[in-house]
Ligand binder design. Structure first.
Ligand code: SF4
Ligand code: SF4
Length: 345
């Protein structure tokens, strides 16, 4: 695939043209933080951000999705409600791109989800290297600080210009339609490698073992005192899962019109940290305490998702580390501590 370059001034003007003809989402400042939101002018985009409050997953798995509408008229209609508008997301960081790969495995595997598939196919992904990581991230040690291969275009900030790697035909088309770019020089590609290498040394948090060792550590960690120590402080608020780019749990519900002749089936975000998540008919709850739920979340991220979908369920973005009011949600703290406990056992 091609590697191109364009000046930042030129990129800004190309983005303006893109906005005139497309729905474009990008990272915008929100107070002292950043968020993915719809862009209405090119100068709203902030590509030098450290982290967005929520990952871009909301464009593929909205907090509430209508799945189907039904009527009980004589024709007994059931219509699936896949309503998707083509869009471009600009500014995805590498760890969120890795998380998207996991979402693809979950929703486009054996049990293909047509809503997710339609949104994914209608979206063009333009990512950017994260050269100034925020202090809560440990993506470098998780192997997710550099982009995976599922992007359409990938940008690197070289100072006065962007290096642009084309990753797909969709990306190539976007380039040809909107970007005035020329082939990058060998020196610019080398500059990108140096910038990336330097960025890896800026991460303040780090996993002390290889990420591939996490399942092995968890194999002997079920009875660690750490679970109770952390879990009894948990509010079951679900903040750690709401901000997580790899969390995929949802609930499905129905609403029925008062006349009981029509209704809708919808899907909403759920969280394994909510106390009712594992509650079943008859009142039985398979994970009744905060300790049970906290342990489940970290086993799911460090073992179950890898076994089921071939990828760890944590990309080290650090959002949960920051979001938890009582400072107990950090996977890097938990896995490092459990690894140390395993060594002294
Ligand atoms: S578990 Fe925490 S650090 Fe890992 S991907 Fe989710 S939010 Fe990010
Ligand atoms: S671990 Fe923290 S953020 Fe997660 S549910 Fe418990 S209190 Fe909330």
């Amino acid at each position: 695939m091609r590697v191109l370059t364009t000046s930042k001034i030129q990129f800004q003007s190309s983005l303006g043209k893109m906005l005139d003809e497309n729905t474009v989402y990008g990272v915008k400042p929100k107070g002292s933080a950043y968020e993915f939101d719809r862009l209405f002018s090119a100068d709203e985009l902030c590509l030098g951000y450290d982290i967005a409050l929520l990952p871009p997953n909301k464009y593929f798995l909205p907090s509430k999705t209508s799945l189907l509408k039904f009527t009980l008229d004589p024709k007994n209609h059931v219509d699936s409600t896949v309503a998707v508008q083509p869009s471009i997301i600009v500014g995805i960081h590498p760890y969120d791109l890795h998380a998207l790969k996991l979402l693809d495995a979950v929703f486009l595997g054996n049990l293909r989800d047509i809503n997710y598939q339609a949104r994914r196919q209608a979206t063009t992904i333009v990512g950017i290297d994260c050269l100034q990581p925020w202090p809560y991230s440990f993506a470098a040690s998780m192997g997710t600080a550099l982009p995976s291969d599922n992007f359409d275009l990938w940008l690197t900030d070289l100072g006065n210009e962007y290096l642009i790697e084309v990753g797909s035909e969709k990306g190539e088309k976007l380039c040809q339609t909107y970007l005035e770019a020329s082939d990058a020089s060998e020196a610019q590609v080398k500059q990108r490698e140096k910038l990336r290498k330097d960025s890896l040394s800026r991460y303040k948090l780090s996993l002390e073992i290889s990420p591939q060792k996490i399942p092995e550590v968890l194999d002997t960690a079920w009875n660690s005192p750490m679970w109770e120590e952390l879990g009894q402080k948990c509010f079951s608020c679900g903040s750690c899962t709401t901000v997580c780019p790899t969390c995929v749990c949802f609930d499905v519900g129905d609403t029925v019109e008062l006349n009981q002749l029509a209704g809708e089936r919808y899907r909403i975000w759920d969280s394994c940290m909510f106390d009712a998540f594992a509650k079943v008919a008859g009142g039985e709850n398979f994970r009744p305490t905060g300790t049970d739920r906290l342990r489940h979340r970290l086993y799911r991220k460090g073992k179950y998702m890898l076994e089921r979908w071939g990828q760890l369920g944590c990309v080290g973005c650090g959002r949960c580390v920051h979001a938890c009011l009582v400072d107990i949600a950090s996977p890097v703290y938990a896995y490092n501590r459990l690894a140390r406990e395993a060594r002294t056992r």
